[in-house]
Each structure stands twice: as structure tokens, then as C-alpha cells.
Design a binder for this molecule. Structure first.
Ligand SMILES: Cc1cc2nc3c(=O)[nH]c(=O)nc-3n(C[C@H](O)[C@H](O)[C@H](O)COP(=O)(O)OP(=O)(O)OC[C@H]3O[C@@H](n4cnc5c(N)ncnc54)[C@H](O)[C@@H]3O)c2cc1C
Length: 390
């Protein structure tokens, strides 16, 4: 059989392409290396705008609705900020990803798990793709195979120039009450000012807490462990550790790629999500961009299948239009954060307008440019507050 579209990878990006195309009756095959549900190093944090991006209900896989942040900066006392509306949502990645791929299967996509793609021959139509479990044919190939994408390396040999390091572990408490005692279910716990471009976090889930580190620079295994365990100590879980019901898993880490403008070969091949380097350079948010890039890619593929013209320039252009400027702004804030972390902390955590601006951006109610435009107001509020305290 010749599939219209073969998608490599069943993460949020691959599943969304499969969902969008299958519901338009396009024959779609998803090839996934692992079994589903599969593990993925991830904090499992969705910004509010993700919940409005898909046309189905995500609530069955959402653990906690987050509307408060506790900030710690170096050894200063913690500062807590809250809003009435949630702006972040925590999920367990294996369940979230499995939910998304089953949505695609329910629309008719074919899923083959334990089918690692090894190579592709795409210079003549239909192209051929080789996996550990056989050979498949298709008309359009989508690389949704994550940060270390095999498909990207085949067709775009340029290495990734920019990436961040992310790592986390899960503490399972066995009881939700224990979890709530350590961290309120509506609160994200952030630690800043402990290393250049480093943030550590704790995120509440049902019966679990995810503790992790995100760094703009490469960290070795020892540094990762040191940062994560430093955050663990601030959570006061020592009582729980003596209980049999509490388990701490070993930390897992992965790279978070950042966008460089894409040059697609003149072939029916597209890259989406992490494979295209689409994660935010400031905090490493990738799920929103994985799903959105998949939707944009699907529009381009549908057009190509209808017209027979597989020129995916429209996809690259819409990526640049929707995300290029946003990544530029976030990259700019990242530089300030690396050079002057205290400034970012003061403006985001110590001013109400800075906190609300961050929450509105996460909820999709504020563009990155408007977000940046609020900077003078945050500075004024900060100055007024300081003057009152002198
Ligand atoms: C520690 C850490 C924490 C993070 N926290 C967050 C967060 O809280 N919020 C957020 O929005 N983002 C977060 N991210 C980023 C987010 O995880 C990614 O951006 C997102 O998973 C990208 O989705 P994707 O579908 O493009 O790729 P992936 O989710 O990586 O999926 C790729 C899939 O392709 C499969 N695959 C790979 N190679 C092959 C092959 N050769 N053949 C077949 N299948 C293959 C893989 O098994 C995998 O299932 C985090 C990342 C890290 C590392």
C-alpha cells in the first residue's frame, strides 16, 4: 500500500499531523520507535494556550490547573503570586502523548509502534522508508521524530546550533494528600539565581511531583543532579522519604532545540515540532509549538495533495510569521536573563503587572511583542514600589 503521508514519531507533533490529515480522509501512517505510552523527559507543563489550540477536550489528561507561582531567588525569602484564573496545566507526558495519538487513530490514522525508522529513499515517487519491522511507501514524509531527528539529519545535515538542557525526575507519593502537603496543587515552585541561565522547578501532578532543571547552557550529569537535589531539599520531603509509598525515580535528561530558519529540500519532506527545532529559547516550552507547527504543516500538505505541487514554502513562511518574531523576543529576554537574572526576577516576581503579563502570555491573551511592550510599565511599578519602601 502507498500512504499519502508517512509520519515518523508519535509525540505531540506527529500525532497532531496524523489527526489533522486523517480527519480529512488522507491515508496516514505513523511510525513510532517505542511502545505507547512511552517515557519522555519532560516537565509536563502546558501553557493555557495549548488547551485552546486543539478542537477536543484535554481535561481527561490534565492533572493540575496552576494559577500561582512561588518564586525563590538565591537565598531570598520566597515570593508567591496568584491569579484567579489558571494559566498553566500539568500533565503526565506518557498519558498526554498516548491520548493525542489515540485521537489520531480514532480518525483513521494507522499507528505502528516499535518501528524505528532507519533510512529513507525519497528521490523518486512514491518514496520508500525502511524500519526495523519492514518497508513502507508514501507520497509525503513528515519528520516528527524529536530533537535528535533522524529525518532532519538525512535531509538537512546542518547541525543544531542552539539548544538548552532539560532534566527532571518524578517523586511519586502514592497519596494525593501527601503531594498537596509538599506543594499546593495549584502552585508552580520556581528557583532562580542559582547559576547562569539556570531555573529549577517543582510541578504538582496527581500523586506525583516533577522536580527538574532547565538551563540555557550545557550541564553535565553531576551538575544536573546537584541542581535537582538542591530543589528537592527546599521542598521538605524528608519525612516522606522514609515511607514505602514514596518513590523517587532517577533523573532523565534531554536537549531542547531552538529555532534556526529552516531550509527544506525540494522534496516532499517536512519537519515539525522538536525535529524542526521549535522550542522556546527562554523556558523550553515545546508542546505548544509542536502542535501548532503540526497544524500549519497539515494545511500545507492538504494543499499539496490537492494540487500535486509539493512545495512546502508556505509552511516555512507561516512558521516564520507566527513563531519567528516570538522566538526573537524570547531569545532577547533570555540574553537579559543570562546577564541580569535578578532584573527578570524583580520584574516578573516582584511586580503585579510583570506577573500578570507572564500569565497572559502563557494563556495566549498577549502576543510576545505586547508582552515586551509592558516592560516600561513593570519598571515603573517596580521603581514606585522601591521608592515607597525607602
Ligand atoms: C526535561 C525537559 C522538560 C521539558 N518540559 C516541557 C514542558 O514542561 N512544557 C513544554 O511545552 N515542553 C517541554 N519540553 C519540550 C517538549 O518535551 C518537546 O518540545 C516536545 O516533546 C516536542 O514534541 P515532538 O512531538 O516534536 O517530539 P517528541 O515528543 O520528542 O516525540 C518524538 C517521537 O519520535 C520518536 N522517534 C524518534 N526517532 C525515531 C525514529 N527514528 N523512528 C521512529 N520514531 C522515532 C520518539 O520515540 C518520540 O516518540 C521539555 C523538554 C525536556 C527535555
Amino acid at each position: 500500500m502507498i500512504y499519502d503521508v508517512v509520519i515518523v514519531g508519535a509525540g505531540p507533533a506527529g500525532s497532531t499531523v496524523a489527526y489533522e490529515l486523517s480527519r480529512h480522509n488522507v491515508s496516514t501512517l505513523v511510525l513510532e520507535r517505542e511502545t505507547i505510552p512511552r517515557k519522555k523527559p519532560c516537565a509536563g507543563m502546558l501553557t493555557g494556550r495549548v488547551t485552546r489550540l486543539v478542537d477536543y477536550d484535554l481535561s481527561p489528561v490534565i492533572d493540575c490547573q496552576i494559577r500561582a507561582v512561588r518564586y525563590r531567588y538565591a537565598n531570598n525569602p520566597p515570593v508567591t503570586r496568584e491569579t484567579s484564573e489558571p494559566f498553566l496545566y500539568s500533565v503526565k507526558r506518557p498519558l498526554f502523548d498516548s491520548y493525542l495519538v489515540h485521537k489520531a487513530v480514532s480518525k483513521g490514522a494507522i499507528l505502528h509502534t516499535q518501528s524505528e525508522v532507519l533510512s529513507a529513499e525519497i528521490d523518486k515517487a512514491p518514496f520508500l522508508i525502511r524500519t526495523k519491522r519492514g518497508v513502507f511507501y508514501g507520497r509525503v514524509l513528515v519528520g516528527a521524530d524529536g530533537a535528535a531527528s533522524t529525518i532532519r539529519r538525512m535531509f538537512q545535515p546542518r547541525p543544531l546550533l542552539r539548544w538548552s538542557t532539560g532534566a527532571n525526575l518524578e517523586i511519586s507519593f502514592g497519596h494525593q494528600e501527601e503531594c498537596c502537603r509538599v506543594l499546593r496543587p495549584e502552585m508552580l515552585d520556581l528557583q532562580l539565581g542559582i547559576g547562569k541561565g539556570v531555573v529549577t522547578y517543582a510541578i504538582p501532578k496527581i500523586e506525583n511531583i516533577t522536580v527538574g532543571v532547565f538551563s540555557h547552557h550545557q550541564l553535565d550529569a553531576l551538575e544536573i543532579r546537584r541542581y535537582i537535589h538542591r530543589h528537592l531539599r527546599t521542598l521538605d520531603v524528608s519525612d516522606n522519604l522514609t515511607r514505602a509509598s514514596t518513590k523517587i525515580e532517577k533523573e532523565s535528561r534531554w536537549i531542547i532545540p531552538h529555532y534556526q530558519q529552516m531550509r527544506l529540500p525540494k522534496l516532499p519532506v517536512l519537519l515539525v515540532g522538536d525535529a524542526a527545532g521549535l522550542a522556546d529559547p527562554l523556558f523550553g516550552e515545546g508542546i505548544y509549538y509542536a502542535i501548532r507547527s503540526a497544524q500549519l504543516a497539515s494545511e500545507s500538505i492538504l494543499h499539496g495533495l490537492q494540487t500535486g505541487a509539493f512545495d512546502f514554502r508556505s509552511y516555512v513562511d507561516s512558521l516564520q510569521k507566527e513563531m519567528g518574531r516570538e522566538f526573537l523576543v524570547l531569545q532577547w529576554i533570555r540574553h537579559i536573563f543570562d546577564l541580569l537574572p535578578r532584573t527578570i526576577y524583580e520584574l516578573n516576581a516582584r511586580t503585579e503587572s510583570g506577573f500578570i503579563a507572564g500569565a497572559s502570555f502563557a494563556n495566549g491573551n498577549l502576543s510576545s511583542v505586547k508582552f515586551l511592550g509592558l516592560l516600561p510599565r513593570c519598571c515603573l511599578e517596580w521603581l514606585k514600589d522601591r521608592t515607597l519602601h525607602i
